[in-house]
Design a protein around this ligand. Structure first.
Ligand code: SF4
Length: 397
């Protein structure tokens, strides 16, 4: 890990360069800050193999009830067709926990989701991620070392005991464990308002990790805080780039993390689609920037987006700001409604898309051969603390 010594202040982490980031997105090179692996060795079938669908079907049938395949909403159709259930990250982790008879859980999602499934399932169940390089750039934006260092800053200022950590589900097991260790809670995009309300009953300030946009949107739009009540903590700067007074006075200390997919939507996208499609309803995910969410008509989680579009009137028009695989799938399911993607350019989750049919076939056939690959395990002490934070979420009023 690269650190920069700043003298009297604690060392801060050097920000990754553009080159390093682009190599990571391509699944090459190595970065110890990533919550995932960056390479996925294995004897993968060729993507051009015309028998891939038949091979996946045969392997799934051979495994029967021993395997349970989870498909995140943002996965490719070629993978989702083999999923036993689809859903968002938390629903899928709970679905896995509700299948104690399944020996293997194949998680077609990203690394932090497989970790959550491992935490919530029994020790004798194995959770497999078909491609170890399928990570989440948002989860990678808050590492355990960075967050511990930020907590040290709050302790040195004498305010840590009044700060309650609230961490988005989209975070590594280490960050969930940090949250449990300090009496905080996990939240999803569906229950972030309830989580923040609870946190402000436990303390005076919230450290919100790692998605600044979900934190800000929820605090300002749902809890009635002002933008000035929120500060942005940059882990690459001493004291997060903030003054002691800014840290002491903030209600919300937002981690400087974001989703690289939802962060692409801009206010200009909303203005452009309203001009292009008169009468269009703009529906976005709360991981979008504040100004995008403010200019939208409807805001909600992936599950909310799906339900809203399912229930929409025939002939209604929708521009949707979330991952493209999902938007396309819902649009195909509702040809009687005009459902378009909010941005003009393509916007997949590149790491989520690393899981393709060859990786799924390889994983399933390895199980048939009795040689499981890409098992994701969380260390017991980390899992115990992370589970405490997850259970606190389940106990939210
Ligand atoms: S869509 Fe965003 S938050 Fe979800 S896995 Fe991809 S990068 Fe992470």
């Amino acid at each position: 890990m690269t650190t920069t010594d700043t003298g009297s202040s604690p060392a801060v982490f050097a920000e990754p360069t553009g080159t390093a980031l682009s190599l990571l997105l391509l699944g090459q090179a190595a970065d110890p800050r990533s919550e995932r692996g960056v390479e996925c060795p294995g004897d993968l079938p060729a993507p051009s193999d015309p028998d891939l669908v038949a091979r996946a079907l045969a392997a799934k049938e051979a495994l029967g009830e021993r395997v349970f395949i989870l498909g995140h909403h943002y996965q490719r159709d070629e993978v989702v067709q083999f999923a036993d259930v689809t859903g968002d990250s938390f629903k899928l982790a709970r679905d896995a926990a509700n299948r104690p008879d399944a020996e293997y859980i194949v998680f077609c999602g990203v690394h932090f989701m497989a970790e959550s499934a491992d935490i919530l399932t029994a020790d004798d169940q194995q959770v497999l991620l078909p491609d170890l390089a399928a990570g989440c750039s948002m989860a990678d934006m808050a590492t355990a070392e960075q967050v511990e260092q930020a907590w040290d800053v709050l302790e040195e200022l004498g305010i840590a005991e009044r700060v309650v950590p609230v961490s988005y589900m989209n975070s590594s097991a280490d960050i969930k464990a940090f949250t449990g260790k300090h009496g905080g809670t996990i939240c999803t995009s569906s229950n972030a308002e309830r989580a923040l309300t609870w946190a402000f009953e436990q303390g005076e300030q919230v450290l919100f990790l790692p998605d600044q946009h979900l934190g800000r949107n929820t605090a300002v739009r749902r809890l009635g805080l002002s933008l000035d009540d929120c500060v942005l903590y940059n882990p690459f700067k001493p004291m997060g780039g903030l003054t002691a007074d800014q840290l002491r006075n903030a209600k919300m200390i937002l981690w400087r993390g974001h989703c690289s997919v939802h962060g692409r939507f801009t206010k200009e996208c909303v203005d452009e689609v309203r001009e292009r499609i008169p009468g269009v309803n703009v529906l976005v995910h709360p991981e979008c920037r504040y100004e995008v969410v403010e200019s939208a008509d409807y805001v909600g989680s992936t599950e909310y987006i799906i339900k809203t579009l399912d229930a929409a009137e025939p002939g209604s028009k929708w521009a949707v700001g979330t991952e493209l695989n999902l938007v396309r799938r819902v649009a195909n399911a509702h040809p009687d409604k005009e459902i378009v993607f909010l941005d003009k350019s393509v916007c997949y989750c590149s790491t989520m898309n690393r899981i393709d049919l060859p990786h799924l076939v390889w994983t399933l056939e390895s199980l048939v051969a009795g040689k499981p690959v890409n098992r994701i395990t969380v260390a017991p002490d980390t899992a115990a603390l992370a589970q405490a934070a997850l259970e606190q979420m389940l106990a939210l009023p």
